[in-house]
Design a protein around this ligand. Structure first.
Ligand code: AMP
Ligand code: MG
Length: 498
């Protein structure tokens, strides 16, 4: 059985057809998934199944239900309405154009979570697009969101990957050469998928009534601790704190989201909407995996905290309609700035196995020279930090090691002699992963899966369950990017076509 507090608590669109339209005064629209030809479960995540009270092994009816061919009992599926700023510009209404939520289910832990199908067919928010998703993008979302969970980064999760048996037409390079690709649905799970854009749209429409109801619902359900219900500025401050933590966590594991539009920022501070994301191979603050962002590099690795602030400022703007005390919202942004700065410094020191120096200029100098070192020659981020703990960084360099290496290592060792964390190596290996879903690995797994071989997908999912622990016989999943992947689409760069 499914239920839905989102639908029960917030006003819905009176229409139930899928004609594209502007929806006013409503937070959701009724829509039924469009059936697919031959649904087949390609991956099923047992712990996520338990979180939504489903069996650890996919039951026979799972393919029909999660492929969208059969609406399960109690489910009243819907698409959510929201807006957003895309690449810095207000885009108006966006909404779930290919996501359909089946409802919520309470897990064995007593917590209720939403279950949604991404790629389930058109909704009133699909505009001119088809509501579908290709296998490569659905697989990337499933693997990356599960990887992030096991890395300890706040994220939505994935229950299943379902091949639809239908073809989906995509122009991957936006060059007029469209092709048919296999379609798939990623079944996603989170306490809620409410985004910054969920608040921005009613604010932009001047609908203070709807904005207030959405804020009340969100606060009461997700931000109330110990019976005390925060006011709007307290709620906003909490979102600022969660977003700050998320940005620092992305930097820690070398994650670049790629499309940090306000419609892709979770109100709970979860990583959401995995598209043209990437994990850094070579450390480069200027790197973006998203070809659509190649010119401006707005969403580059090192700029993410700055964009987090920009997005929070848009959210503050929307909430200001509900809160006459604008200074209270401004102080949330100030807190974000401070937290990102101090937590980022602390996080990078922890990656080095160090405790903060009493003189913060000493830390700034050490980290400054570290970033210079990492960018002076092409250096694999993941292997560098692992190598540092293990006493040999040489496998991290794609070419010649940089000249400053031995000087920096000397300074580091001297510093570590006085400000090291106890059990330094263990502590370093607990924050520096060995296995991350590198784009080239995902590409190889996609090729195998499309050819009908599911073994690499399942092995990768298994490896990524213990990303901090060296696993015998699994070196291939920790290897740095091979030469063939350097300029290859899907490996070094990705388009939004998904
Ligand atoms: P994104 O930036 O990829 O999260 O998506 C931006 C907007 O485009 C959202 O409203 C999506 O629902 C919508 N969208 C993306 N792909 C499709 C598709 N294939 N069909 C319908 N809507 C889509
Ligand atoms: Mg999105």
């Amino acid at each position: 059985m499914f239920d839905s507090t989102f639908v029960d608590s917030l006003p819905g669109d009176p229409r139930a057809d899928i004609a594209p339209r502007q929806v006013r005064g409503a937070a959701w629209s009724r829509v039924t998934p469009t059936p697919v030809k031959a649904p087949r479960i390609l991956a099923w995540i047992p712990e996520v199944a338990q979180q939504v009270a489903l069996p650890e092994v996919a039951p026979p009816e799972a393919a029909e239900i999660f492929g969208g061919n059969r609406v399960p009992p109690g489910s009243a599926p819907y698409a959510a309405c929201y807006g957003g700023h895309q690449f810095g510009n207000w885009a108006g209404q966006l909404g779930d154009g290919r996501v359909i939520t089946l409802g919520e289910r309470r897990g064995v832990d007593g917590l209720s979570r939403e279950v949604q199908l991404k790629g389930a067919g058109p909704t009133p928010y699909s505009r001119v697009a088809d509501g579908r998703a290709v296998l490569r993008s659905s697989l990337r979302e499933l693997v990356a969101s599960e990887a992030m969970f096991h890395l300890g980064v706040p994220t939505t999760r994935a229950l299943a990957l379902v091949a639809t048996g239908d073809g989906v037409v995509r122009d991957m390079f936006y060059d007029g050469n469209a092709g048919v690709e296999p379609g798939a649905i990623c079944v996603r799970v989170a306490p809620t998928f409410i985004r910054f854009g969920t608040f921005e749209l009613p604010a932009a429409n001047g609908d203070a009534e709807l904005l207030g109801r959405i804020a009340r619902y969100t606060i009461d359900r997700y931000f109330t601790e110990g019976g005390a219900s925060p006011d709007v500025p307290e709620f906003f401050t909490s979102v600022c704190r969660r977003t700050a933590k998320l940005m620092v966590e992305w930097l820690r594991v070398g994650f670049v989201h790629g499309v940090m539009n306000t419609d892709n920022l979770s109100i709970l501070g979860l990583t959401v909407d995995y598209g043209p994301f990437g994990f850094l191979d070579a450390f480069d603050p200027g790197w973006t995996p998203n070809t659509t962002d190649a010119a401006g590099r707005r969403y580059r690795y090192g700029n993410q905290p700055q964009i987090g602030l920009w997005n929070l400022s848009r959210l503050a703007g929307a909430l200001s309609e509900l809160c006459p005390d604008h200074d209270a919202l401004a102080s949330g942004l100030e807190l974000y700035r401070r937290e990102v700065e101090s937590e980022q410094r602390r996080m990078f020191l922890t990656k080095l196995g160090l405790e903060a120096h009493e003189d913060s200029a000493v830390d700034a100098a050490l980290l400054g020279s570290l970033f210079e070192l990492l960018t002076a020659a092409e250096t694999d981020m993941t292997l560098f930090f692992r190598g540092l703990a293990e006493g040999d960084v040489s496998p991290a360099f794609y070419g010649e090691p940089p000249r400053q290496l031995s000087a920096w290592l000397g300074a580091y060792e001297a510093r570590a002699a006085t400000h090291a964390l106890p059990q330094r190596v263990d502590r370093m290996n607990a924050v520096n992963p060995l296995y991350v879903p590198r784009n080239y690995l995902l590409h190889e797994v996609i090729v195998a899966t499309e050819a009908g071989d599911l073994a690499p997908l399942h092995e990768l999912l298994e490896v990524l369950r213990r990303p901090y622990e060296r696993q015998p016989g699994r070196d291939r999943w920790a290897a740095r990017r091979p030469d063939w992947a350097r300029q290859k689409a899907g490996c070094s760069m990705l388009s939004c076509s998904s």
